[in-house]
Design a protein around this ligand. Structure first.
Ligand SMILES: [Zn+2]
Length: 411
């Protein structure tokens, strides 16, 4: 269905064309419906080139075009006279991926369309406990198969992106260590690829959280930003100078396991006094006198109790808020970000005890980086990690649209 490399007129021009298709499709994936005139200026290409590229993407079924009505020009003034510019829109219903967010107490599997639109989802909540990797991959495959079965006849599901709260080996999606899940060397990527018959990419939840917020959320347009993913554990996804910082093999960002209180509590990682043992949700539950493993709902219950005057709940909330402020200051001192996004349970703590978080943060942060940073909540709400997983699954398509589409539709 897709024409590739029609007559090889030279490698250079073919590479340029493929690069331009990638850039154009990525632009409309991120920005949504876009007039051709905007694409012309944003991509620095002339009108006929943009027309040719969009024509190829339309023929492939990746975007559609329709005549625009009245769009403002780049300087914000109304366009007057002339023909309206065609508007290029991603084919959200036709081009989809599966996105999976694996948590200690939750599992979300969703179909997400080109443009980052959540089309369908299944959310499962679990009590904390030993969930074996095989049980989780079986659940994902079952739900994923159901979701794929719902797509219309001409739609294509390109692949799967999975977010896991642990250290993931790039390349094959092996989860090397996920302390809060109790997993070591779990071949999540390979098993799901076998079960679903699709290409599967696996990433760390915080890395995918910052990715989504950087593409279309609170860190859009920001070069140095950090997403702190907080549930049972705490991890950091880091963008430095506009580039993801993963370290040598992608394991960077395990800030929850920095030791802040050597005489403190044992951690699931085997150490003692890690930051997440003081600011994570398990600490909140313990101090509030509630059963561990309550997940986000349990955190919200503690917050509600504190707001209603429960002193024990309030003291528990203040404790984790103090440590959240201190630990965030350590990170800001080390990395000098412009934005720190608090996700998951950390968002709940920040919303309920923001004054305490800020006060402790300001006590511990150095003046120079303190002046330059904003602490915010995710623009994508609870879905940062899920949407980030979808971005992972869209990578191959966006890097070489027609080649990747032909591969997926041929298989
Ligand atoms: Zn630890």
């Amino acid at each position: 269905m897709t024409v590739l490399a029609r007559g090889s007129r030279g490698t250079r021009s073919e590479d340029v064309r493929r690069g331009n298709l990638s850039t154009l499709l990525t632009y409309v994936h991120v920005h949504g419906a876009t007039p051709r005139s905007t694409l012309t200026s944003a991509l620095g290409l002339n009108r006929s080139t943009i027309g040719g590229l969009t024509g190829e993407l339309v023929a492939a079924g990746l975007v559609c075009e329709e005549p625009g009505r009245s769009y403002p020009t780049d300087d914000g003034t109304a366009r007057s006279g002339g023909r309206p510019s065609y508007v290029v829109t991603p084919e959200t219903e036709r081009v989809q991926v599966l996105a999976v967010d694996v948590g200690v107490t939750h599992l979300t599997v969703a179909r997400i369309g080109l443009g980052g639109v959540v089309l369908a989802r299944r959310d499962r909540v679990y009590r904390r406990g030993a969930r074996r990797p095989g049980d989780v991959t079986t659940a994902i495959a079952k739900i994923g198969t159901e979701l794929i079965g719902e797509v219309s006849g001409d739609a294509v599901v390109l692949g799967v992106g999975v977010a896991v709260p642990g250290m993931v080996r790039r390349g094959d999606g092996l989860v090397r260590q996920a302390p809060n899940l109790g997993w070591r060397d779990a071949p999540v990527g390979a098993v799901l690829a076998e079960k679903l018959g699709l290409h599967v990419s696996v990433g760390n939840d915080a890395d995918l959280g910052i990715r989504a917020e950087h593409v279309r959320g609170a860190a859009a347009g920001v070069l140095d930003a950090i997403y702190l993913s907080g549930h049972s554990g705490v991890g950091a996804g880091i963008i430095g100078s506009g580039t993801p910082l993963g370290g040598r093999t992608g394991y960077a960002g395990e800030v929850g396991h920095t030791v802040v209180n050597p005489g403190g509590l044992p951690c699931h990682c085997g150490s003692r006094g890690c930051w997440e043992t003081e600011c994570g949700e398990e600490r909140l539950f313990e101090l509030a006198g509630r059963p561990v493993g309550g997940g986000l709902t349990g955190v919200q219950e503690v917050v509600a109790a504190a707001a209603a005057g429960d002193r024990v709940a309030r003291a528990a909330l203040e404790h984790v808020a103090v440590w959240l402020g201190r630990g965030t200051a350590n990170i800001v001192n080390a990395l000098n970000p412009e934005v720190v996004i608090l996700g998951g349970a950390l968002e709940e703590v920040f919303m309920a005890a923001g004054d305490t978080v800020r006060a402790e943060f300001e006590l511990s942060a150095l003046a120079a980086p303190l002046d330059q940073v904003c602490i915010v909540t995710p623009h994508l709400g609870r879905d940062s990690t899920l949407v980030g997983a979808s971005e992972l699954a869209f990578d191959a398509l966006l890097s070489d649209p027609l080649l990747e589409l032909s591969r997926r539709t041929a298989s």
